[in-house]
Design a protein around this ligand. Structure first.
Ligand SMILES: NC(=O)c1ccc[n+]([C@@H]2O[C@H](COP(=O)([O-])OP(=O)(O)OC[C@H]3O[C@@H](n4cnc5c(N)ncnc54)[C@H](OP(=O)(O)O)[C@@H]3O)[C@@H](O)[C@H]2O)c1
Length: 380
């Protein structure tokens, strides 16, 4: 299901803390970085913080710059981003500044928490309380924000429990950290990330920038998801496959497709696209797999991303791509566009893969992008 782009934002001390244990909020960023955060807020449709941060910091979470608010309105957006919080208990102080400043607010909570939150917040205008089930379900929350509130870009401003879950559940598309030049040094102070299992491998660095005396670092995830659920990095890799499809030499008799093979730790093993290297019939998955040593032990836990469902029937070569993927030992495929009947009737590469025990994840929200380089082909 489509969901918003999820951007985690935090300021962190050199020893990895979000705050100290004192009663006042510890200011980790300087003025230039607070202004940068204001800009990121202004570019977002919604800002989310956990109930813990509401209790500790009593934040207002506004766009402070009048110019940025005016630009939002001129662009047809609400003056302020939607404010979102999550709470299991529903124990939310109705006097908090969060409720009485800015635009609309939503609380995502449990069935039980919703009863308590509705009682406490019932008298406040513009507050929606949404239960996601017996427990807080982050996927339900993100889909609801996307589908019901129209949120396409969600900025998450902590705290540590919220950030930790979104990274561990592979739902964060980007991590923006402002590293502040000071130490906290208190064992009980809140950490940016708690202990537990995280996605394997290394994230990809996309930017570093000094902002006053702090350094902004931006990382994006790389490790593919596991099983049937799509992770944030699955979406990123599938976008890359769709971009590769744009590189294909045009053809009136074959699809333009891009493919990437990625190891479980997020290492790109190979990429390919249709008709690459002057081969008029090579397919994207075939081209990518041909670049990997068949004995590479990483293939067994790798994911193949293909903009179009891997082919199930093929005249130009002995084996279709679905078979090549299975023979390579890969057991997870993420794809966007189901093969239309343009050249083969009832092609069902996804079915062939699934019947052989592979996990096939289809993200139809990328189908238009996958189809874009193929719009010249005969009507289907
Ligand atoms: N430096 C920074 O950039 C920054 C930014 C934000 C916050 N902070 C600091 O972070 C600290 C607060 O962080 P925190 O980790 O204690 O709290 P938090 O992450 O802000 O919020 C945790 C609360 O959110 C609710 N929650 C989160 N996940 C849930 C789930 N899966 N199910 C049910 N409820 C869930 C629970 O609320 P209930 O208790 O209501 O059930 C939980 O207690 C503060 O010290 C604050 O100053 C720093």
């Amino acid at each position: 299901m489509p969901r918003p782009y999820v951007l985690l934002s935090a300021a962190v001390s050199l020893d990895g803390f979000l705050d100290d244990t004192g009663p006042e909020r510890l200011l980790l960023s300087g003025p230039a970085d607070f202004d940068r955060v204001d800009e990121v807020r202004a570019s977002s449709d919604a800002i989310l913080v956990g109930a813990g941060t509401l209790r500790t910091d009593n934040p207002r979470l506004l766009v402070n710059s009048a110019e940025r608010r005016a630009a939002r309105v001129a662009g047809g957006r609400p003056e302020y981003p939607l404010k979102v919080t999550v709470s299991g208990s529903g124990e939310l102080d109705p006097r908090a500044q969060f409720w009485h400043t800015g635009g609309e607010k939503v609380v995502y909570t449990t069935d039980e928490g919703a009863r308590r939150a509705s009682t406490l917040l019932g008298g406040i205008v513009g507050v929606d309380v949404v239960p996601t089930g017996p427990g807080l379900d982050w996927r339900v929350l993100l889909e609801h924000l996307h589908d019901v509130r129209g949120v396409r870009r969600l900025m998450v401003e902590g705290g540590g429990k919220v950030h930790t879950q979104l990274v561990r559940e592979q739902l964060a598309d980007e991590l923006q950290l402002a590293v502040a030049p000071l130490f906290v040094g208190q064992q009980d102070a809140p950490r940016l990330f708690g202990p537990g299992a995280y996605p394997p491998g290394r994230m990809r660095l996309v930017e570093t920038r000094p902002v006053g005396d702090v350094v902004l670092v931006r990382y994006v995830p790389t490790a593919p998801g596991t099983g049937p659920l799509a992770s944030a990095s699955d979406r990123r890799w599938l976008e890359l496959a769709c971009e590769l499809a744009e590189l294909c030499p045009p053809s009136k008799t074959a699809f333009s497709v891009g493919a990437v093979v990625v190891a479980a730790d997020g290492t790109e093993l190979a990429r390919g696209h249709s008709r690459e290297g002057g081969d008029p019939v090579v397919h994207a998955e075939e081209a990518a797999l041909a670049k990997i040593d068949p004995a590479d032990p990483r293939l067994a836990a790798a994911t193949v991303y293909s903009s179009l469902e891997p082919c199930a029937h093929r005249a130009s070569r002995p084996a279709p791509c679905a078979r090549l993927i299975l023979d390579a030992g890969v057991r997870r495929v993420v794809t966007a566009w189901r093969e239309p009947d343009t050249f083969v009737t009832d092609a069902d590469g996804n079915g062939l893969l699934a019947a052989a025990g592979a996990e096939v994840v289809v993200l139809p929200e990328y189908a238009d992008r996958a189809e874009a380089p193929n719009l010249h082909l005969p009507a289907r």
